[in-house]
Design a protein around this ligand. Structure first.
Ligand code: NDP
Length: 288
């Protein structure tokens, strides 16, 4: 029997999620339908789309820009949130809470939210063979993507974390908010600075800004160096990676993170573990 999934976004035509999830389904031999679902950018429309999908027998939904916060609010007051979704303040994966359904609650009251973005990054970095245990890490950016990776990085055992952002107050506000929300983060001091003031040598620097969309370049100090540089963006030439590659660092864009977070969503929905390296190789062959 075909199992149905969607990704909800606005815009959504560009999403690679259907292709990625079909590769996962083929790997484990199940039949799925996975559709892109455009939605007007308002809470009422989002809620209506989600409820209609699950009432129609849908198994799971991915949520992307600009709906991750709405999905969080929706799950918070209904079927609950995973710890990663709570700390991230955002949901990228929706499913039905089976315990609540079995207890007799209606589908609309059983929507459960998870966030797999951060763990998708960790899984990709692990596949790259970049050590995280004890690593000195800097994240540039203090938006939703940075927020979602801080807890998974700390849980992966990194040594030191510095959060740099163009707007300094957003970095300090984020650290204080997350420290209040998570005892794990609270026990791990996080340094903050402006992007231009970020200096020193790091094992890993992660670009979690959306600057790649604008064509601008980050103001990186000459005294800033790293062993590995990771840009969460993908699908275009990235000046951030070019900057550090020219200084001898190993680099990666965020396509592997996209596949990693998708694999974790798929596992939440189906209970089946995906061989992500094999799926990534299949996707690479498909696009060659
Ligand atoms: P947000 O809009 O929440 O945050 C944007 C961040 O980028 C802020 O820190 C902002 O700084 C900074 N920024 C934006 N423009 C500039 C600029 N011109 N100069 C310096 N800093 C700038 O975005 P998200 O956190 O949701 O997304 C960030 C990136 O991560 C996006 O490119 C997104 O595509 C990518 N991403 C990739 C994923 C993957 O699976 N590969 C998953 C999730 C996100 P300020 O606070 O000063 O405005």
């Amino acid at each position: 029997m075909t199992q149905h999934f969607i990704v909800i976004g606005n815009p959504i035509a560009h999403s690679k999620s259907p292709q990625i999830h079909q590769v996962f389904a083929a790997q484990i031999g199940i039949d799925i339908g996975y559709q892109r679902q455009y939605c007007p950018d308002d809470t009422a429309s989002f809620t209506a789309v989600v409820e209609a999908f699950f009432h129609g027998g849908g198994i799971g939904a991915n949520v992307t820009v600009p709906f991750k916060q709405m999905a969080y609010d929706c799950s918070l007051t209904r079927g609950g949130l995973s710890e990663h979704a709570k700390v991230a303040g955002a949901v990228n994966t929706l499913l039905l809470n089976k315990d609540l359904l079995e207890a007799g609650l209606p589908i609309a009251e059983a929507l459960y939210g998870d966030n797999t973005d951060g763990q998708g990054l960790i899984n990709h970095i692990t596949r790259l063979g970049w050590p995280l245990n004890g690593a000195r890490v800097a994240i540039i950016g203090a938006g939703g993507a940075a927020r979602g990776v801080i807890l998974p990085l700390i849980q992966a055992g990194i040594g030191q974390l510095t959060l740099a952002n163009r707007t300094m107050s957003k970095a300090t506000d984020l650290v204080s908010e997350l420290s209040n929300a998570s005892p794990t983060i609270n026990q791990h001091p996080i340094n903050t600075c402006t992007t231009a003031d970020l200096t020193g040598h790091f094992d890993l620097i992660v670009n979690a800004t959306s600057i790649g969309l604008s064509g601008d370049t980050l103001p990186l100090a000459d005294e800033l160096a790293c062993h590995s540089a990771y840009d969460m963006m993908y699908g275009r030439a990235l000046p951030f990676l070019q900057h550090f590659a020219a200084r001898g660092a190993q680099t990666s864009d965020g396509y592997g993170m996209l596949i990693g977070q998708a694999a974790l969503s798929f596992e939440r929905w189906t209970g089946q573990v995906i061989d992500v390296a094999q799926a990534a190789a299949t996707l690479k062959n498909q696009s060659a």
